[in-house]
Design a protein around this ligand. Structure first.
Ligand code: PXP
Length: 255
């Protein structure tokens, strides 16, 4: 077996902002959630500044970049508006995602080959400032090849279809999706890309993904913030870490 890298946990705090925005005002504060996540052993903070600002707003990105002492992974659509905001606040990484106005959450990965021109333009100025580029893609060989060709640093593999199959208790599709994620991770690592994964992960689904040795970072939000209502954020993060460690250990690797 090849070297198994440490598995990092990026905590996505978008849905603290969703709760805040349900009433207006400033509470609960997503930046406070990021502070608690940092104190609870998160390796990074992820926040998605959507075009419609339905959860994270511009001031949150500004404060996260200024006040939080952890790498910031800014999820964003590949638009000039978002690029300029990222250039202003200099996150550690930008994760480019597809965005549709009516969707409840990010529904699928980027069509990297189909949108190569737009992506290349946005990527070049971010990369010139030393911001790492992650492309959120489905675990599809064509998208991996296109991401490598375009010069991405990272691919984040969309785990939503796997998590949906698991929630439906469809064992066959769950297994198929795990295998798709395994071979995509291997292919991406062979192409020189750093491999991340995320979307829809929970205590039950994270282990099989943590067991994929090429994956070095998971970004998890909605479930963690939901679990924190009952247990508090430090305990939700600690339990997620335990589940990640159990999965990772099954590969003989560290976590
Ligand atoms: N990764 C990406 C690229 C995402 O868009 C999201 C959702 O914002 C996540 C990870 C986290 O997904 P979830 O909130 O379902 O854990």
């Amino acid at each position: 077996m090849g070297k198994v890298e440490k598995l990092r946990l990026g905590v996505n705090i978008d849905h603290v902002a969703t709760l805040r925005n349900a009433r207006g005002g400033s509470l609960p504060d997503p930046v406070r959630a990021a502070e608690i996540a940092a104190q609870s052993g998160a390796d990074g903070i992820t926040a998605h500044l959507r075009e419609d600002r339905r959860h994270i707003c511009d001031a949150d990105i500004e404060r996260l970049a200024r006040e939080i002492d952890l790498p910031l992974n800014m999820e964003m659509a590949a638009t000039k508006e978002m690029r300029d905001i990222a250039l202003e606040h200099q996150p550690n990484a930008c994760c480019l995602v597809p965005e549709n106005r009516e969707e409840v959450t990010t529904e699928g990965g980027l069509n990297v080959a189909g949108e190569a021109g737009v992506l290349a333009e946005i990527m070049s100025s971010l990369k010139a400032q030393g911001i790492r580029i992650s492309l959120f893609i489905d675990p599809d060989p064509e998208q991996i090849g296109a991401s490598a060709t375009l010069g991405a640093d990272i691919v984040e593999l969309h785990t939503g279809t796997y998590c949906h199959a698991h929630a439906q208790r469809d064992k066959r599709q769950t297994q198929n999706e795990i295998e798709r994620l395994q071979s995509a991770s291997l292919l991406a690592a062979q192409a020189g890309l750093e491999v991340h994964a995320g979307h829809g992960l929970c205590f039950q689904t994270v282990g099989a993904i943590a067991a994929i040795p090429q994956i070095v970072e998971l970004n998890i939000g909605h479930f963690l913030i939901g679990a924190s209502i009952f247990s508090g954020l430090p305990e939700a993060i600690a339990e997620m870490r335990r589940c990640m460690l159990t999965g990772r250990s099954s590969t003989g690797g560290r976590s």
